[in-house]
Design a protein around this ligand. Sequence first.
Ligand SMILES: Nc1ncnc2c1ncn2[C@@H]1O[C@H](COP(=O)(O)OP(=O)(O)O)[C@@H](O)[C@H]1O
Ligand SMILES: [Mg+2]
Ligand SMILES: [Zn+2]
Length: 577
Amino acid sequence: MTENYKVLARKYRPTTFDDLIGQEALVQTLSNAIQSNRLAQAYILTGIRGTGKTTSARLIAKALNCIGPDGNGSMTTHPCGVCKHCQDIANDCHLDVIEIDAASNTGVDNIREIIEGAKYNPLSARYKIYIIDEVHMLSKQAFNALLKTLEEPPERVKFIFATTEIGKVPVTVLSRCQRFDLKRVAPDVLETFFKKILEKENFTAEDEALKIICQSADGSVRDGLSLLDQALAHCEGKITTSAIRKMIGVSNKNALFNLFEGLLAGDAEKVLTLFSQSYLEGADPKTLIQDLLFLVNFVTKVKVAPKLAEDFSLSQEERHRAEEIAKTVPLSQLSQIWQMLMKGSQEMFGAFSPYKTTEMLFIRICYASSLPPLESILSDLKKKELMPVHSSSKSALSSAKKEAPAPLVQKQDVKDVQKKEEQEEKPAAPSPGLNQNTLVVSKVSDIVKRAKEKGEHLLAYHVGSVSVEQLENGKFIFSSAKELDKSFQPKLKAFLEKETNTLWEIEQKEGVQNAPPSLKEQKKAFQSSIRKRLSSSPVVKEALKTFPQSEISNVRLSQDILEKDDVEQDLMEEDTL
Ligand SMILES: Nc1ncnc2c1ncn2[C@@H]1O[C@H](COP(=O)(O)OP(=O)(O)O)[C@@H](O)[C@H]1O
Ligand SMILES: [Mg+2]
Ligand SMILES: [Zn+2]
């Protein structure tokens, strides 16, 4: 870099409102206010970093104080840029435009004195303007002084505040300000803007390279410009996609790894701090969760099948870091985090605040991580030789039971998996095969199961609630203590005939004494007897002690027990009628 090289963000800082991209609402509101001469006492600009808050604050200062080239102009959204006010503001040396960076002056009481200077009239300009950047960082005393001034606003004084964290600004202050929300700038708007800059810099860029930069900027013009700066330094004359991939991949992963390690360690404070940092830097919570999912997937593969684990976006060093993590983290924890992240990513859709939703998700994960790992609890229990009951194959417990098996897949399969995943993004069409299956009815649960598969939930519910007296040879004879909807019988008949391809006779008996229990009642009785047996089992007692506040919420039996005990599997079906 040559000595007088200026970073793009400074070189291309907008000098007029026309140069400001993506903030049309602000410009419109402001010009209306100036035209109708209805200025607010104070403005507050908020938005993520690099969207033009500081820039706009200075532009507003110019707009309010510009006197035009001939010295007779009035307020304007097109400040001339040549009058002494415009120039002094641009050069940061206007005596009536006072810029304070609250971030670097926290708690310093001379801020208070500066604010109290607002009592005095401007020296030469129309307005004395206080620009307070990162205003949320002001000390309490400073806010109090500010509030006093805002309550009795001197006529020729204006305040312009800027902040990335509007939530930290006292409501008393907010209520006295007109608020502007600066938007994240859309990728295509950035693209057009950056193309113009590249032209001026005598550079070209591959389309895709530019797109990656604009995506990664995630709405922040400054972040985009810094990436562009880096790209200019990396490339000669032309920015290539491969160079950008390398450049961007390398710079973001570090934060991701830190976050992941925090989650594994259950360190909520660290995680939330890191998260808020990356959010302020423009990270999109959804993308972040996705990136974490990729990382969990990769670390898991490194753990169970290291030869198959490939991720070309990772550098040698990062791969090494993933291997280190894989050595210590138990498989059950990876699987647990995976499940929680998946669930969290689904909750993100329609969430009132993706940021807060993600925070809660991370807190949940940290809490789960801070519990003793399931492996160690189980092996403790095993040591005490208290393992009569198996867990079902679906739960994380089972992954702890066996050593992780290395999946028997070849490289080709891995590629296929990826291909398949891409295809599966689209909602799967209902499998036609099911419709052609004729149903064989030997017990009530056969009907219930099929009805559920077909989305006939009400029918399934009713079949499960009646007492079935006879069920064979196309006959369904039942009784019901409760009154049933009239349509039940014809519906059941039509359903059975369609599914079994034979004629059915449905008959309801009245006034039956000692009716057999319905499927629903059988399930209830069975579950509660299992529950009773379980809660007196020493393993469960031990487990309940190990996890205070836990309770038996659902009981599932493993396949071998089901077969051995000849238990009706349907009775154990998880989703009850
Ligand atoms: N809306 C925008 N239009 C054009 N450039 C912008 C915009 N927002 C930010 N920039 C660029 O980013 C740099 C930093 O902007 P700044 O106003 O300091 O952002 P903020 O105060 O919101 O963090 C500016 O010098 C400018 O180059
Ligand atoms: Mg700023
Ligand atoms: Zn001017």
